[in-house]
Design a protein around this ligand. Sequence first.
Ligand code: ATP
Length: 435
Amino acid sequence: MEKVVALTKRRGFIFPSSEIYGGVSGFYDYGPYGVAMKRAIRDLWWRHMVELRDDVVGLESTLIMPSAVWAASGHLTNFVDPLRQCLGTCKKRWRADHIKGDRCPECGGPLDEPRMFNLMFKTHVGPVEDTSSEVYLRPETAQGMFVDFKNVINSTRVRVPFGIAQQGKAFRNEITPGNFVFRVREFELMEMEFFVKPSEDDQWFHYWREERLRWYVEDLGLSKDRLRYYDHPKESLSHYSKQTTDIEYEFPFGWGELEGVADRTDFDLRVHQERSKVDLTYLDPETNERYLPWVIEPAVSVERIFITLLVDAYDEDVVNNEPRVVLHLHPNVAPVQVAVVPLSKKEDLIKVARDVQVLLQGYFRVEYDQTGGNIGRRYRRQDEIGTPFCVTIDFDTLNDKAVTIRQRDSTKQERIAVSELADRLRQLVDAPDLD
Ligand code: ATP
């Protein structure tokens, strides 16, 4: 983990937020390669969950929502974690369900009695700070989908079973942020509420569990043997859930939740209907039945996927008798998919390299890499940020109109005509040789 953290800082993936002022725990900024990778993750999710399906539509609701929403959803009372503070020398605060015993894990001092701490960030709308102006930064995007349920039904042609998907910032005032960006206080959730007939929840719950795990292995290239399901026991389920399965990954610090798939029953629609007095039932056009749909929700943050991908991809090996650090990222998520590398700074070579760059930019995330010394050094720099393919332009290119593709994992090289380059790279991106 320390090596991954060092690499992300060194190569501009992640920086602590407001670092020159000492930073704030649980907040991170994303540098050039981090942004590229986050965007790739987000776009892949959206493509898979929305664009490639005709039973899921998108939504973007606000980050700030009134107290009434959170009172109805149960978050004001239930979105709490048990907090214990050290009464010894360090005065550190701990999440009671993450530690064992009554002594402080840091200094061994005694701990106070557990008390419940609400994780929502509160603020005020307008110039007067009183209880009537209280609003909350959303701790999940899901409530936006529930309060807009009627709007979506009335304005589109969706029919149960169907889903509403949303990506966007969420905020949780975590007691103990940590393990780098595994647990942060500001993050980007990707959630999909899939509305089903009340009696069909089990069947859809199992469908989404499997579908989501498949996505991690096939589209993101995560190691299958480091993923598993964890079914929550009944007594530890969230207040809205009938059944929840976490897709877990084996991190360096142990198994941890990557994504949660929850059967939220009709809890959310029911409480919003009760509190708002707006009819949120769905009229089945075929049977003329009226009911509140049940909901299956796969939920994951971009950050959680991001750290999982980096941990899974990090490797140190030896190439041509030289040690290298390499990220075996799937080409779908690599911040740079193709690096264009001219062998020298000679003008006619650079001109061809720039043409190749423009050609490839239409299809891939491309970086032009002219600096940084000899070719081996440049390859290793690209290996370190996970670039799966380097395209090298050499002196022969000027005569034979061909370039060399060098693969990151095998370091295999192949000569190919520039006219066939984009097609060949497309093939390699879609079916990479990840060994
Ligand atoms: P925990 O009990 O670990 O605090 P949770 O089970 O309440 O978390 P969920 O509400 O199930 O978390 O969150 C859904 C998903 O959102 C998680 O699977 C994870 O991908 C992501 N997530 C939740 N909290 C954080 C966080 N603090 N930082 C980054 N991602 C998070």
